[in-house]
Design a binder for this molecule. Structure first.
Ligand SMILES: N[C@@H](CCC(=O)N[C@@H](CS)C(=O)NCC(=O)O)C(=O)O
Length: 346
């Protein structure tokens, strides 16, 4: 009798310990980002400290750029107000740790989606916002036409980036030598190239367009046509907060679907009156797709009204009409020759 009682007690204790351990494990993960964001009244968005076209503050501290607009879109979906956001500038080294430690809730900072970044920091890249690749910028006086002519060159690169890793791979694969000049700060990379300490600056091609604008004589440097890597740039969130991840993922997909359906910030009011089923599902006049992810029915209409569709955001910040002038390329919709492809809202 006593033995059965003791046995029961032990099983009970083991159970309690298992439940406590599970609770502690659970605590390690943040599952309440949306709740905290609503309570706080603003989205915490980690961005690049200063990359024209992607994220850059003006003298008054107003941020603009492609990555900035994506966070504004998330704020618009949640609050119907793209200004309910705080931008937190982060360098290449600290970005993933700061997301993991909850200093920010979305990282929208020209970050390449890779397997080890997801696994090492318990992070998740919900969808690709910009298909990029690594390239090289050289001074015209060098008269190089291809990256294969860079044997023996001095190459400037930033630390803690996929860029630095690809650089070594590329020269090794092509049996070429190079002298690597590594810097922690992007400013130092640009300065070293501008002062002639390096022959070549390597970065994601989109960044080369942005960085060229910062040179003393932008007209005297060329971006070579070679693209040596895949750099799928994506927003980043913490793992195991699926509700938050779904909001970030579907905000981007709503913007891409809106472009495909021809809905823009200028015609959103007409779209709200449309009787086309796919338009109605997107803008929320049919179904309750937003509600399932913790948002109101018109979440996507809010995004399109305040920030615009994917193409509008691309063109305004980095497209042919902007200072950067980057052709749409891979980031064109799949239906127009690119690979931007959003699953349907239905
Ligand atoms: N997409 C690459 C490169 C991203 C990156 O951080 N690039 C550097 C320049 S090569 C940058 O933007 N630096 C700005 C800074 O650290 O302030 C990655 O995710 O590692």
């Amino acid at each position: 009798m006593l033995r059965t009682f003791r046995g029961g007690l032990l099983i009970g204790l083991a159970f309690a310990a298992a439940i406590a351990a599970a609770a502690i494990t659970y605590e390690r993960y943040d599952t309440k980002t949306l709740k905290r964001t609503i309570r706080r009244g603003e989205v915490l968005c980690g961005v690049n400290q200063g990359l024209p076209g992607f994220s850059i503050p003006d003298d008054k501290g107003n941020w603009t750029g492609f990555d900035v607009d994506f966070c504004r879109a998330v704020a618009a979906a949640i609050f119907d107000d793209p200004k309910k956001i705080r931008f937190i500038p982060l360098d290449a080294n600290e970005r993933f740790k700061e997301l993991q430690s909850r200093k920010i809730d979305i990282l929208s900072r020209n970050s390449t989606w890779s397997m080890s970044r997801e696994t090492s920091y318990d992070l998740y890249f919900p969808a690709v916002s910009y298909y990029d690749g690594q390239g090289f910028m050289v001074r015209d006086s060098r008269k190089s036409e291809s990256a294969l002519e860079l044997d023996g060159a001095k190459v400037c690169v930033q630390n803690n980036t996929t860029t630095q890793l690809n650089l070594g791979d590329y020269f090794k694969t092509n049996n070429m030598k190079f002298e690597e000049k590594r810097f922690d700060k992007l400013d130092d990379v640009v300065k070293a190239y501008d002062s002639g300490d390096c022959d070549v600056l390597t970065a994601d091609v989109s960044q080369l367009y942005a960085l060229r604008l910062r040179l003393a004589k932008p007209g005297q440097s060329t971006i070579l046509p070679d693209v040596i890597s895949k750099e799928p740039l994506a927003p980043v969130v913490r793992q195991r907060d699926d509700d938050w991840m779904m909001i970030v993922k579907w905000t981007l997909y709503a913007m891409i679907n809106a472009e495909e359906l021809g809905i823009t910030s200028a015609n959103i009011d007409e779209a709200l009156k449309s009787k086309k089923p796919d338009v109605m599902r997107l803008v929320g006049t049919e179904g309750a797709y937003g509600e399932v992810i913790g948002l109101p029915k018109d979440w996507a209409a809010r995004v399109i009204r305040h920030v615009g569709n994917y193409g509008e955001v691309y063109e305004r910040n980095v497209g042919q009409g902007s200072k950067l002038g980057i052709p749409r390329g891979l980031n064109q919709l799949w239906s127009a020759g690119g690979i931007q492809y959003a699953p349907p809202i239905r």
